[in-house]
Design a protein around this ligand. Structure first.
Ligand code: UD1
Length: 451
C-alpha cells in the first residue's frame, strides 16, 4: 500500500457567537490548552505534509496560538464567513498544490482521536474517494444527517434546516471531519452552491456531488464523546468532562491511584508516575510532573511544578510555576511555593510562603515563615542552606542567605546573611516579671469586691 501525502485543513474562522466571549472560540481551553492546540496536536500526530489553518481576518491571537502549537503550519484567511465549503476554499492554494489525501477538521471539535482520523485515511487507501465521520448522538438536533444507501455509501448529507421529516429521524449524524482523495478537489468544492436554508456554502454537499460523478463516499463511525463540537459554554463543559474522564483513566492505567477520580482535575500534559496517590479535590494546571511514589493529599492546587519521588504534598498546598519539590520532601497544609527548589528531605509542614528561593536538603521551615521576595519592584532570592532550621514565624527578607546548619530563632526578621551553623535571633529581650500575674489578679478581684 502506497502512503498518500496528507494535507490537513483546519477550519477555525467561525464566529462562535454563542460562546458570548471576548476570547475567540477556538482559544477556549480544555484540559489546560486551547481547542485549536488540541486539534493541531492530533493533526500533527498523523504525520501530514502540510497543515493549513483557516482563520478570520484580525484573529491575531488565533494566528499566534496556531504558530505556537505547530510551527510549520500555513495560515489562510477567510474574509467572510460564508460556510464550511467556502472556508475550505480559502485554503485553495494549498489544496491545488497538493497531490494526495486532504483531511478537513474543525478547530472547535477537539476530542476526535488520531486513531479515528487514521481510519478515515485508511478507507481511502482501500479505494473510497471520500470518508465522512459519523456518530449517533443522544440528541441529533442541529447536526447534519448522513443519508447512506443500501451499499453503505453516503449519498448525501442533509443539514437539519434543509431536511425532510423522514431525514430528520435518521440517527447517524455528521461529526464534521471529512477526508478526500479526489483529483481536482478544489474544483469539486467550488461547484457547491448556497441554495439552502442558511444561504451558506456547505462542505456537506460534497458527497452528493461526488456520488453524482460516480465517486464513492463512505461513513466512518466514532463515539458521540469524540464528536462533541463546542459552540456554547455548556458544550465546552461537556467536552472538558470527556477530556477529564480520558485523562483520569490514562493516569490510573499508568499506575497512579486516584481515590476519587471524578474530583481530580488534570491538564493535557500532567505526568503521574507509578504508585502516586492522589487524594480528593486536587487540581493540576499545565506543566506538572509527579514522580513515582509521591503522595498528594486532599485539596491542592498545583501548576508548573515538579514533585519528585516519595514527596508528600498537602493537604491544602498551593504549588505555583517553578516549584520543584525534592524526593521525600514534605510540603504541608497552607504552604505556598513558587519558583523555588525544595531539596530532598526538606520540610515546610505548615503555613508558609516560599517564593524565589532554595531550601537545602533536610532543612526545616517552621510554621508561619515568609520568604519576603518582593520589594515592590524586584523579585529577590532567598537561599536556605542544607540542614538549616528556620524557627516559626520568621521573615526572611530577600536577598538573603542562611548558611548550612544555621538556626533562626522564632519570630525573627532576617535582613542580612547568616553564617553556617550560627544562630540568628532578631527580637527584643524577653521581659520577665515573677509574680506579676498573681498580683494583677488580686488587684482586680479586690476592686470588684470594693465599697
Ligand atoms: C457542521 C456541519 C454539520 C455537522 C456539524 C458537526 C456543515 C455545513 N455542517 O455544522 O453537518 O453535523 O458541523 O458539528 O458543514 N467555519 C469556518 N468558516 C465558515 C463557517 C464555519 O471556518 O464560514 C468553521 C467553524 O469555525 C467551525 C466549523 O467550520 O469550526 C463548523 O461550522 P459551523 O457553521 O458551526 O457548522 P455547524 O452548524 O456546526
Amino acid at each position: 500500500m502506497t502512503v498518500s501525502p496528507l494535507l490537513i485543513v483546519v477550519l477555525a474562522a467561525g464566529k462562535g457567537v454563542r460562546m458570548r466571549s471576548a476570547l475567540p472560540k477556538v482559544l477556549h481551553p480544555i484540559g489546560g490548552r486551547s481547542m485549536l492546540a488540541h486539534v493541531l496536536a492530533t493533526a500533527g500526530s498523523l504525520g501530514p505534509q502540510t497543515i493549513a489553518v483557516v482563520v478570520r481576518p484580525g484573529m491575531e491571537a488565533v494566528r499566534a496560538e496556531a504558530a505556537n502549537a505547530a510551527p510549520n503550519i500555513e495560515l489562510f484567511e477567510q474574509t467572510e464567513q460564508l460556510g464550511t465549503a467556502h472556508a475550505v476554499l480559502a485554503a485553495r492554494a494549498a489544496i491545488e498544490h497538493h497531490a494526495g489525501t486532504v483531511l478537513v477538521v474543525f478547530a472547535d471539535t477537539p476530542l476526535i482521536e488520531g486513531a479515528t482520523l487514521r481510519r478515515m485515511i485508511d478507507v481511502l487507501d482501500g479505494g473510497a474517494h471520500i470518508a465522512v465521520l459519523g456518530f449517533e448522538p443522544e440528541d441529533p438536533t442541529g447536526y447534519g444527517r448522513l443519508i447512506v444507501d443500501a451499499q453503505g455509501r453516503v449519498q448525501a448529507i442533509r443539514e437539519e434546516r434543509d431536511a425532510l421529516e423522514a431525514e430528520r429521524r435518521l440517527r447517524l449524524c455528521n461529526a464534521g471531519a471529512m477526508a478526500f482523495r479526489v483529483p481536482k478537489l478544489a474544483d469539486l468544492i467550488a461547484r457547491i452552491g448556497n441554495a439552502n436554508a442558511k444561504g451558506e456554502y456547505y462542505l456537506t454537499d460534497a458527497p452528493a456531488i461526488a456520488a453524482a460523478g460516480g465517486l464513492m463516499a463512505v461513513p466512518i463511525a466514532c463515539s458521540a464523546d469524540e464528536a462533541i463540537g463546542v459552540d456554547s459554554r455548556v458544550k465546552l463543559a461537556a467536552a472538558e468532562a470527556v477530556f477529564q474522564a480520558r485523562a483520569r483513566a490514562r493516569a490510573m492505567d499508568g499506575g497512579a491511584t486516584l481515590l476519587a477520580p471524578e474530583t481530580v482535575w488534570l491538564s493535557y500534559d500532567t505526568t503521574l508516575g507509578r504508585d502516586v496517590v492522589i487524594e480528593p479535590n486536587v487540581f493540576f494546571g499545565p506543566g506538572v510532573t509527579v514522580e513515582d511514589g509521591a503522595h498528594i493529599l486532599a485539596n491542592c492546587h498545583i501548576v508548573g511544578t515538579r514533585i519528585r519521588s516519595g514527596a508528600r504534598v498537602g493537604p491544602f498546598a498551593r504549588l505555583r510555576p517553578g516549584a520543584d519539590i525534592g524526593a521525600e520532601a514534605h510540603i504541608g497544609n497552607f504552604v505556598e511555593v513558587k519558583n523555588a527548589r525544595i531539596e530532598a528531605g526538606a520540610k515546610a509542614n505548615h503555613l508558609a510562603y516560599i517564593g524565589d528561593g532554595r531550601v537545602g536538603e533536610g532543612a526545616n521551615i517552621g510554621a508561619g515563615t515568609i520568604f519576603c521576595n518582593y520589594d515592590g519592584f524586584d523579585k529577590n532570592f532567598t537561599d536556605v542552606g542544607r540542614g538549616a532550621f528556620v524557627g516559626s514565624n520568621s521573615s526572611l527578607v530577600a536577598p538573603v542567605k542562611i548558611g548550612d546548619g544555621a538556626y533562626i530563632g522564632s519570630g525573627s526578621v532576617i535582613t542580612s546573611d547568616v553564617a553556617p551553623d550560627a544562630l540568628a535571633l532578631e527580637r527584643s529581650a524577653q521581659d520577665l516579671r515573677p509574680g506579676w500575674a498573681a498580683r494583677f489578679r488580686r488587684l482586680k478581684q479586690n476592686r470588684k469586691k470594693g465599697p
